[in-house]
Structure formats: structure tokens, C-alpha cells
Design a protein around this ligand. Structure first.
Ligand code: GSH
Length: 204
């Protein structure tokens, strides 16, 4: 299998961490697209939405959307499942994944509005609108941290990848002050070898 990816994406990281955790690394070749331009030209060939990640199976079937890729990968191992079958746990972990992914998407929109355009087109209220979603989302997640060990694995993993992306894009966002439980949990989660192996360290 081949994973089409870029190193900083929180959605790609979710898939990569999971691949490490379930020990499937040998079976998946990571193809890191070299630039945003390459992504724009290449990705629509695999995903009509033009987005990474996309997983190309050995029979050339393409799976996109990180949540779908992760659930597919979960069917390939016999260890503790990221998407539990039991309904009560399943819907909670899916909801947490949805919230975490939504926070990540808000960060991406804020980034597009802030950095990827000429100064005169930067509209601060549009950025604040997205960062308010991030703030509300993290507060909600913070309230669930004490239940994380009962919540199924994909939700917390999605949270960790989103936070990694927030810290990369908006390092001055002081989310830790308001979300101390989450900050403590995140710092411990980052010690996992799978998180360390997939950490994006921007070039200075
Ligand atoms: N819902 C998608 C989101 C993926 C996504 O937004 N990927 C970004 C990179 S982090 C992307 O490819 N953006 C390019 C674009 O929107 O054209 C998923 O979970 O896979």
C-alpha cells in the first residue's frame, strides 16, 4: 500500500501514528509530496477533493478521508481496536474524532486566511471566527480527558494530532492555560514512540 502524504498534516499524522501503533509500517510506503504545488497537481488524480491523506491499496483502490483510512487499517490487525464495535464506546470515540478533526479543519482555514494571501487580503475577523471554534472545541475536549481511557482509541489519537498542528501553526495560542488537564494528557501522549516518530519539526 502507498500513503500519499505531507509531513505537517494532522490528518496524515493520525494515519501514520495508527500505522505505527498497529505495526503495519512494513506494508505501507509513505509518499511525501514535495510541495503544496505538487499536492494541487497530483492529489485530484486520487481524491476528487484534492486532499491528503489518501491510501492506495495494492489493487489500486484509493481510500481517502483520514477517518475512513483509519477504520480500514483497523480491520487489518487483531490488537486493541481504534474503532470499537460496542456501540456506546464507538459513538463516543467517533464524536471525539469528529470534534478533533473539526478543530483541525478550523485551524487550517485560519492558516489559509492568515498566511497564504497578500497582507491586504488578510481579514482578521475571519481568522478569529475560526480560532473561537478552536477555543470552544479544546474546552469541550478538556472536559472529557478523565474519560479518555474509556473512550476508544481513535478519538484521543485525533485530539493529539490536532493539538500538534495547533502548536505548529499558532505557537502563541495559550490554550494550555485554560485546558490544564488536556495539556497534561497531551504531554504524556507525545512520549509514545509513534508520536515521536511522526513529529513534524519545521525547518528554521
Ligand atoms: N477531512 C479530511 C481533511 C484532509 C485535509 O484537510 N487535508 C489538507 C492537508 S492537512 C489538504 O489536503 N488540503 C488541501 C486542500 O484542501 O486542497 C481528512 O480527514 O482526511
Amino acid at each position: 500500500m502507498k500513503l500519499l502524504a505531507r509531513p505537517a498534516s494532522p490528518f496524515v499524522r493520525k494515519v501514520r501514528v495508527m500505522v505505527h501503533e498497529i505495526g503495519l509500517g512494513e506494508q505501507i510506503e509513505e509518499i511525501m509530496l514535495a510541495s503544496p504545488e505538487e499536492m494541487v497537481s497530483e492529489m485530484p488524480k486520487y481524491n476528487p477533493l484534492g486532499k491528503i491523506p489518501a491510501l492506495i491499496l495494492d489493487d489500486a483502490t484509493v481510500i481517502y478521508e483520514s477517518k475512513v483510512i483509519c477504520e480500514y487499517l483497523d480491520s487489518l490487525h487483531d490488537g486493541e481496536k481504534f474503532f470499537p464495535a460496542e456501540f456506546d464506546v464507538r459513538w463516543k470515540t467517533l464524536l471525539l474524532q469528529g470534534l478533533a478533526d473539526g478543530i483541525g479543519e478550523a485551524v487550517i482555514i485560519a492558516v489559509m486566511n492568515k498566511f497564504n494571501r497578500p497582507e491586504k487580503f488578510v481579514y482578521e475577523p475571519a481568522i478569529s471566527f475560526q480560532l473561537e471554534k478552536v477555543e470552544r472545541g479544546l474546552l469541550e475536549v478538556n472536559g472529557q480527558v478523565s474519560d479518555f481511557d474509556k473512550l476508544g482509541r481513535i478519538g484521543p489519537l485525533s485530539v493529539a494530532c490536532t493539538i500538534g498542528y495547533i502548536d505548529f501553526r499558532f505557537p502563541n495560542l495559550s490554550w494550555r492555560d485554560q485546558n490544564q488537564e488536556l495539556a497534561k494528557w497531551y504531554s504524556a501522549f507525545c512520549e509514545l514512540p509513534s508520536m515521536k516518530a511522526t513529529e513534524f519539526i519545521p525547518k528554521k
